[in-house]
Write a protein that binds this ligand. Sequence first.
Ligand code: EPU
Length: 301
Amino acid sequence: MHWSKVLSRVLRSPIKDNYLISGNTTMGIGGYAEHFVEPYNKEDIVSILKTKMDLGFPLYIIGGGSNLIIRQGSIRGLFLSTSKLSDISVQSTRDNFLFEVQAGVSVSNVLKKAFSVSAEGLEYLVGIPGTIGGAISGNAGGKGYAISNNISWIESIEPDGSFRRWDKNEIEWNYRFCSLSNDRRIITRVGLKLSHGNTDKIRTKTRTFWEIRKYQPYNYKSAGCIFKNPEGYSAGKLLDECGCKGLKSGEAMISMKHANFIINLGSADYSDVLNLIGECRSRVLESTGIDLELEVRLIDA
Ligand code: EPU
């Protein structure tokens, strides 16, 4: 039996066919997912991973779609969105707070919750789009802070369908890198450690980090920074110095505000974005010898 038939028999969460996926990305680009599911319980996730082990099919795990650019056309396989894993609970101890957050909760909702109980330590995430699961997969952060600093533990469902809890120290972290991230394991929940703070200080810190966004085109559709910063350099600065700001392909454009952002002016498509990526990369390579590495994830299978 075809894997999608097997899944529609065993899952309680509905599977959609030929699902237009662009709306699940902040860039607003992408064609039709052969199948799409938003599991609302762990049992369904286990069934999906076990069926993948048995029958083999492409699986794409997506959170808020903020670091993701998907090609046009039909894409074979199953797209799994974590959006229904949306619980958040807070435990307050004498020394700190432990936030238990499911992978599909948005970063902004975690920040709102933290503010409401005066929990301090995540202010650097302000303005970062997407979900906590996505933020962990890419070890999101900025200005010397990264979410790995606040992690206490992570729960996942492993490729064979088993449950696993990882202590922070069992995970390898690096700049925009988390060793748990791949399309065969699903991060379901995370424990975040925060300090007891005071609302005035949290507000002030949040404002300071929000100032950074003034230099980013947050009012346009984008996938955040396109390239990783090479060690010792800012990719945005290199791209700017190579005259990339304002370059256009169709309705995709290198932002005039920050050269490491490609913005979608309306109906940009995947090939427009690829053109700009290629042009920017070769300009920087030619004039500096640095081959920029992508930070965004492309799905072009
Ligand atoms: N700059 C330019 N021209 C530009 C862009 C930047 O001259 O077009 C200069 C700035 O003036 C500044 C320096 O380059 O002197 C660094 O720029 P910025 O402070 O914007 O930081 P960044 O290194 O470009 C990183 C992260 C961002 C994060 C900011 C702030 C990466 C690839 N980017 O950007 O993360 O928001 O720091 O913390 O690590 C993302 O990952 O999607 C992202 C946007």
